[in-house]
Design a protein around this ligand. Structure first.
Ligand code: PNS
Length: 170
């Protein structure tokens, strides 16, 4: 294969609230890093859903530690429209994980809106079956009620969760 026929590289943005990063998120990052030349994990400053449990600094630091071994993965944050951030960073693709069919319903319209705004497409990676039921929201609920979340978050996240608010003992 000569140089002219080499496929152009892709810079992917993987956006999210990551409040906190789960093992499902980490799995998507690892697989995206194996597909794309560069992956930028983009933490939204103010999630739409609710006041985050973790500060922006905590969320970014936990992700940085969790992805430490991946040379082509970087972490940053953004405010406002994802489409503006994608254009600003000259990303060529947005990556989203899909766990269940209901994810697809909302992610499809979001992907179309983002493409309309930025001309950048979204690539969906199916979540690994092991993590298809794991969400940040459920992890926080289990943790706040004293449950063990060791299985669902990377060690870097568990460490911060335990130091921040030790779960009540039953
Ligand atoms: O982890 P989440 O909460 O599912 O991530 C949602 C996120 C941050 C990807 C989404 O809320 C987002 O892109 N927010 C930025 C605001 C924006 O661009 N809204 C229009 C989307 S069409």
């Amino acid at each position: 294969m000569n140089e002219a026929s080499t496929l152009a590289g892709h810079s992917a943005i993987y956006p999210g609230s990551f409040d906190p990063l789960t093992r499902g998120h980490l799995d998507v990052i690892q697989r995206a890093a194996a597909i794309f030349d560069h992956v930028l994990v983009a933490v939204v400053v103010n999630p739409q859903k609710a006041q985050p449990l973790f500060t922006l600094d905590e969320r970014e630091a936990m992700i940085r530690e969790a992805v430490g071994g991946l040379a082509n993965v970087k972490v940053d944050h953004f405010r406002g429209l994802l489409a503006d951030f994608v254009r600003h960073r000259e990303a060529t693709v947005i990556v989203k994980g899909l766990r269940v069919v209901s994810d697809f319903e909302s992610e499809m319209s979001t992907a179309l809106m983002n493409r309309s705004l930025s001309n950048v497409d979204t690539v969906f990676l199916p979540s690994d079956a092991r993590w298809s039921f794991v969400s940040s929201t459920l992890v926080k609920e289990v943790y706040n009620l004293g449950g063990d979340v060791t299985e669902y978050v990377p060690p870097a996240v568990l460490k911060v969760m335990q130091s921040k608010r030790p779960p009540p003992r039953s």
